[in-house]
Ligand binder design. Structure first.
Ligand code: ZN
Length: 259
């Protein structure tokens, strides 16, 4: 089946961020130019890299044909989710070939997902704290929620003599909110309602005729996001603001979480 004839993959993690085992139907198996194998399914719980969050890893198995596929990377392209990886065969003489239309079992690496969700939620929490420490005039830009130096970037600067005190205030505020806790939700909403959930306005890249997915931490204003998050703010456990760098009109707030 040509990739363009395959219907868009249903992003099951969009509605339910906490399911790490599910079933789906195999629609296509492709070999990429660099020799990698990609599976395309009708629906997936695997998070494809994007929005500053790394991809999930895990397994896809087919009971009928007996194959096990190790998912090493996941990408979303033109509505299709590509699960990249390799087949793991128990014996050399048994090469199990998946059948199109076969019912598959999906299992996401829970430990990795959990850490990525905590790191992503911590970035959102940090943004909430920016308002609480008097830095709400800084305009949030991109977030980088990978373990090798996560940060949230803002348009605007913090005066050099305030950097250290703001770093301390942010960290203190974030850990106080973690201690209090609060339910985390992700909802797909009509534009006006979404705007309300986000404190009255949405970033300009959200089109007025769309139904954005809004992630909300506790009672704090939400923001549009396609990522996965913890179920409760308390699950972030602890947040360190490692340093703040401000230059050329931009500020990066670097942070980390406990393992
Ligand atoms: Zn996000």
């Amino acid at each position: 089946m040509a990739a363009e004839a395959i219907p868009a993959t249903k992003l099951a993690y969009f509605d339910d961020m906490w399911t790490v085992e599910s079933t789906a139907t195999l629609l296509s198996q492709l070999q990429t130019e660099d020799g990698r194998i990609a599976l395309i399914l009708d629906a997936t719980i695997f998070y494809p890299q994007g929005g500053g969050q790394p991809a999930d890893t895990g397994f896809i198995t087919g009971a009928a044909s007996g194959f096990k596929f190790v998912v090493e990377d996941v990408k979303l392209k033109d509505g299709l989710v590509y699960h990249y990886g390799a087949f793991e065969n128990p014996q050399d003489d048994c090469f199990c070939i998946p059948k199109m239309g076969e019912k598959l079992s999906l299992r996401v690496n829970l430990q990795r997902r959990d850490f990525n969700s905590r790191l992503h939620s911590a970035g959102h929490l940090l943004d909430i704290c920016m308002h609480k420490v008097g830095l709400s005039h800084l305009e949030p830009g991109k977030g980088y929620h990978f373990s090798d130096g996560p940060f949230v970037e803002y348009k605007g600067i913090i005066p050099q003599d305030l950097l250290q005190i703001k770093q301390q205030e942010l960290e203190k505020e974030a850990n106080a909110l973690i201690l209090t806790g609060g339910k985390v939700s992700a909802s797909i909403l009509p534009y006006d309602e979404a705007s309300e959930w986000c404190g009255g306005d949405l970033p300009s890249y959200i089109s007025k005729d769309s139904t954005p997915r809004i992630v909300k931490l506790g009672d704090h204003p939400g923001c549009p996001c396609g990522g996965t998050h913890v179920a409760d703010i308390a699950n972030i456990k602890s947040l360190m603001v490692t340093h703040i760098r401000t230059k050329k009109g931009f500020t990066k707030v670097f942070y980390n979480i406990s393992p």
